[in-house]
Design a protein around this ligand. Structure first.
Ligand code: PLP
Length: 294
């Protein structure tokens, strides 16, 4: 049984300038019922979240996660989160994480139906063991996401750039990939451009150039991809955001799915076409991603 920690937050206004928010936090029994039956996060998936990787008690890239939480809140018309309050809550959750890898989740929900305010909570738990997928990689299939690359600009109400709690579609895509004999999916737009995986960003290598789909195409801007690009830039590599046709996937010199908890998993094959795996480079990515990052 994995350990778990949970903290309920009384969300503060974004302009509340306190530095100590301890009075707004209530540690709860993570195994006991905690949410009202009127909770809109459970009724409609109406809320947003973040998953932060923790290594030996250090929460990684907290600022980038908090900025994306604020971005998701803006897209969803949720009250702007008080980032100092969330940072304080993350620090408390991190202080409960033992050595090894853990995951802290931040959840901001629309609240209880007809209720006065959003509800918010933070959990921490042990991370799954991802050592095998980091070393051996995964096989992916491309799946049509069902809309063209211009949809996010035309239909912002689809909330495509927000990390909402409505992940049923993403989970269905992973099940579909597994039913086709693969490990994971890579979404492509209906007009044939690469987007992202259901729970990860995609990075391709072409020579000494590393590219990822531009985040304006209705995908999440991954904190792991951002951090890895900074690392690659410092190492003298070229990194770029591009509109990438699906055909470029199997032409790549290497490819990875990257995310906060799985870190860098090399893609061994796309739609049955093998892609070279650079084990040494992948190991160096994961060494970097496992080092303390802010
Ligand atoms: N894209 C989607 C749809 C995701 O769910 C995730 C992570 O959960 C990512 C990309 C990668 O984001 P991050 O690197 O911040 O974990």
């Amino acid at each position: 049984m994995t350990w778990r920690f949970a903290l309920v937050i009384e969300p503060a206004a974004s302009d509340d300038v306190r530095t100590d928010f301890a009075a707004d936090f209530r540690t709860i029994d993570p195994a006991a019922p905690a949410l009202s039956v009127g909770e809109l996060s459970t009724q409609r998936g109406d809320g947003i979240f973040e998953s932060i990787g923790v290594v030996d008690g250090h929460a990684q890239e907290v600022q980038a996660h908090l900025e994306r939480l604020a971005h998701s809140a803006r897209l969803c018309d949720l009250p702007a989160p008080n980032l100092a309050q969330w940072r304080h809550a993350v620090a408390i959750a991190a202080s409960h994480c033992p050595a090894g890898e853990s995951v802290i989740k931040l959840i901001l929900s629309r609240g209880v139906e007809h209720g006065p305010a959003p509800t918010a909570w933070v959990t921490a738990a042990g991370a799954p063991d991802n050592s095998r997928v980091r070393a051996e990689g995964l096989r992916a299939v491309t799946l049509d996401r069902g809309y063209d690359i211009g949809v996010p600009a035309r239909a912002p109400w689809l909330l495509l750039g927000a990390k909402t709690l409505s992940y049923a579609v993403n989970m269905a895509a992973i099940r579909e990939a597994k039913s086709r004999g693969a490990d994971d999916a890579i979404f492509v737009s209906s007009d044939g451009y690469v987007l992202e995986a259901p729970t990860a960003s995609l990075i391709l290598r072409r020579g000494d150039r590393f590219v990822t789909p531009a985040p304006n195409g209705g995908i999440l801007h991954g904190t792991t991809q951002l951090s890895l690009f900074e690392h690659l830039d410092r190492g003298g590599f070229v990194t770029a955001y591009e509109t990438i046709p699906a055909a470029a996937l199997t032409d790549a010199d290497a490819a990875w799915l990257v995310s906060s908890v799985r870190l860098a998993a090399p893609v061994r094959a796309v739609d049955g076409v093998e892609i070279a795996v650079d084990a040494e480079l992948t190991a160096s990515f994961n060494d970097y991603l496992l080092s303390p990052r802010d």
